[in-house]
Design a protein around this ligand. Structure first.
Ligand code: ATP
Length: 444
């Protein structure tokens, strides 16, 4: 993880936030390549969940909702984690995650393991961030930053189902920021207080809930495989009855083997009719489906929920490699080409040669109409290749002496380092085709 964090910082994927003011624990800002990678993750999710389906619509709901939403959903009363304080080291821990934490005085031990540890009884700590709406400062102005995007979907059920005449089974998908005042954020982006969720609520006739629950676990697992994550580092773990929320009849985590061990990447839950029933009771608006013949029912809900951050970390950990090529070391991100922040680099071999530069500029202009590409003319060619390897750029096109003679370029492949020559005029269609080819991690 340390190596990934340091690469992210060195190459401007991710910076610690507010750094010139001493930072703000576990808060991050995304730099250029980080933004590009996040954009790819979001758009691949949107493509699979909405663009390629007939049974899905998109939504973008507000971050701050009427506080009654969070009363109805149970978040005000119960969206909390158990908190313990250590009277000796003054640190706070999640009581249910002590096995992942370190004692403040003896980091090799767990909190509570050392004779001097003095932990308080666990008490519930609500994870919602409170804020105020408007100029009044009394209780009536209290509101919350959403801790999940899902509730914004449930309260729009009527708009979509009844007004847009969507018939179950159908889904509503949205991406957006969520906020949780986590007790122990950490492990880089894995657990942060501000993150971008990608959630979908799939509304189904009650009798079909089990079938759709199994379907979505499989769909989502395969989607992560399709991003290029190694199969050996992905697994599905079904929650035991004690672990599940009281309303859920089934919850499974798609877990990834992060450097900190197997952890939740995405959750898929069978939420029953809990959410629509709660909002019907609290709002007085019936959230149900009425069949043509007049039969009514409250649909059941299957929810796959994941954050861009957890995918971001999994992709980088999966792709990070250090290797020796010839007598040189290189760091390479073996990212799936479709998620790579930059799809191709365009490099004039001799930056002082005007003709080479001209042709490289022309190729860049042609390619950037369709792809995110990067032009680089600073430093030795070997160094330029290495800079691209480090950010995961799958291909580099080099304009050299031969280009000026026969209008061909060299294409260099990031993982195999193989080089071949292509006609300059065919580069755009070659790249388009290369991006459509199936891809698998080379070491699996
Ligand atoms: P955990 O048990 O790890 O706290 P959770 O079960 O509370 O997670 P959910 O409420 O199911 O998480 O949230 C859905 C998804 O949102 C998770 O699978 C994860 O991808 C993401 N997520 C949740 N909390 C965070 C966080 N603090 N930072 C980054 N991503 C998060």
């Amino acid at each position: 993880m340390d190596k990934v964090v340091s690469l992210c910082r060195r190459r401007g994927f991710v910076f610690p936030s507010s750094e010139i003011y001493g930072g703000l624990g576990s808060t991050y800002d995304y730099g250029h390549y980080g933004v590009l990678l996040k954009n790819e993750i979001r758009s691949l999710w949107f493509r699979a969940m909405v663009q390629e389906r007939d049974d899905m619509v998109a939504l973008d709901s507000a971050v701050i909702l009427n506080p009654s939403v969070w009363e109805a959903s149970g978040h005000v009363a119960g969206f909390s984690d158990p908190l313990v304080d250590c009277r000796t080291c003054k640190l706070r821990f999640r009581a249910d995650k002590l096995e992942d934490a370190h004692c403040g005085r003896r980091p090799s031990k767990r909190p509570g393991e050392d004779a001097q540890c003095d932990l308080t009884e666990a008490r519930q700590f609500n994870l919602m961030f409170e804020t105020r709406v408007g100029a009044m400062q009394d209780a009536s102005s209290t509101a919350y930053l959403r801790p999940e995007t899902a509730q914004g979907i449930f309260i729009n059920f009527k708009n979509v189902a009844q007004l847009a005449r969507r018939k179950p089974p159908f889904g509503i998908a949205q991406t957006g920021k969520s906020f949780r005042n986590e007790i122990t954020p950490g492990n880089f982006l894995f657990r942060v207080r501000e993150f971008e969720q990608m959630e979908m609520e799939y509304f189904v006739p009650p009798a079909e809930a089990e079938r759709w629950y199994a379907y979505w676990i499989e769909q989502r697992f395969n989607w992560h495989l399709g991003l290029g994550l190694k199969r050996s580092r992905l697994r599905v773990r079904e929650h035991s009855a004690e672990e599940r929320s009281h309303y859920s009849t089934g919850t499974s985590d798609i877990e990834y083997l992060y450097p900190i061990g197997w952890q939740e990447l995405e959750g898929v839950a069978n939420r029953g009719d809990f959410d629509l029933t709660q909002h019907t009771e609290h709002s007085g608006t019936k959230l149900e489906w009425i069949e043509q013949g007049g039969e009514r029912y409250t649909p059941h809900v299957i929810e796959p929920a994941v954050s861009i951050e957890r995918i971001f970390v999994a992709l980088l950990c999966d792709a990070y490699h250090e290797e020796v090529v010839g007598d040189r070391e290189r760091t390479v991100l073996r990212l799936h080409p479709t998620v790579a922040p930059v799809k191709a680099a365009i490099l004039p071999l001799i930056p002082r040669n005007d003709e080479m530069v001209q042709r490289a500029h022309a190729l860049r202009d042609e390619l950037r109409d369709r792809f995110f590409v990067e032009y680089d003319d600073s430093g030795q060619i070997g160094r330029r290749y290495r800079r691209q390897d480090e950010i995961g750029t799958p291909w580099a096109f080099t304009i050299d002496d031969q280009t000026l003679e026969d209008e061909t370029v060299t294409v260099r492949e990031r993982d195999s380092l193989a080089q071949e020559r292509l006609p300059l005029s065919g580069v755009a269609s070659w790249l388009e085709d290369a991006l459509r080819q199936p891809w698998q991690p080379s070491d699996e």
